[in-house]
Design a protein around this ligand. Structure first.
Ligand SMILES: [Fe+2]
Length: 221
């Protein structure tokens, strides 16, 4: 009887640990999203200056684009794709709805890559036609904002609903084993200006609203 009780206790302990790891992992992704929204606000401001032929802060403009490539494409998105792989195993029918996650990530990576190339060309040649960079910058803004909203509304909820405690233990272990640091300020000194601008943009109502709704989403589970 004692043995049965301790087995039950062990199972309860594992479930609680899995839930803690689920909350921590999703919170990490939601925190990334909040930083991303603040970064988009900074990027948009500088893109408008660039479009109006005012002098933009090139460190923020270029740093934002490089951040999308170097951090989001290499760290954030692969972690979400790992969660999708586990969801395919646990709830294949549900996971079929989210096949577009990979397509959205690939699309964002393509836009970021083209922007980096264009940005380099503009920096080297003041006469370079700037319309394409502005147009592509706006595409990046729209696509990222839609993507963040879509993930938070649909994908994170489905993962929290269908994945098991052992899945979250595996996810947390693989997050922890990642070699890329999870905050932009630690990635590279080049992001210092961007990081400062992001800190200031945290007061922006849209970013604050999203941070709050992300927390509410976790609390529902
Ligand atoms: Fe995301």
């Amino acid at each position: 009887m004692d043995g049965e009780a301790s087995d039950e206790e062990m199972q309860t302990g594992k479930r609680r640990e899995g839930k803690r790891k689920m909350i921590r992992s999703i919170q990490m992704l939601i925190d990334d999203h909040a930083r991303m929204r603040s970064m988009l606000v900074c990027f948009e401001g500088q893109l408008e200056r660039f479009e109006n032929a005012e002098k933009p802060d090139y460190e923020i403009l270029g740093g934002s684009i490089a951040y999308c490539q170097e951090y989001l494409d290499r760290w954030h998105h692969p972690h979400e794709e790992m969660i999708l792989d586990l969801l395919k195993r646990r709830a294949p029918a549900k996971a079929r709805i989210f096949v577009e996650l990979d397509d959205q990530h690939r699309g964002l990576a393509r836009v970021s890559e083209e922007l980096v190339t264009l940005f380099d060309a503009v920096e080297q040649d003041a006469e370079f036609p700037r319309e394409r960079l502005v147009e592509l910058g706006r595409t990046l803004l729209d696509d990222y904002r839609h993507h963040l909203e879509w993930e938070e509304t649909n994908f994170f909820s489905a993962a929290m609903e269908h994945l098991l405690p052992e899945d979250w233990r595996e996810i947390a272990g693989r997050f922890a084993a990642s070699t890329v640091p999870p905050t932009p300020s630690l990635i590279d000194q080049r992001y210092q200006t961007l990081h400062d601008a992001i800190s200031e943009a945290k007061a922006v109502p849209d970013a604050t609203h999203r941070q709050r709704s992300g927390r509410e989403q976790i609390q529902r589970h």
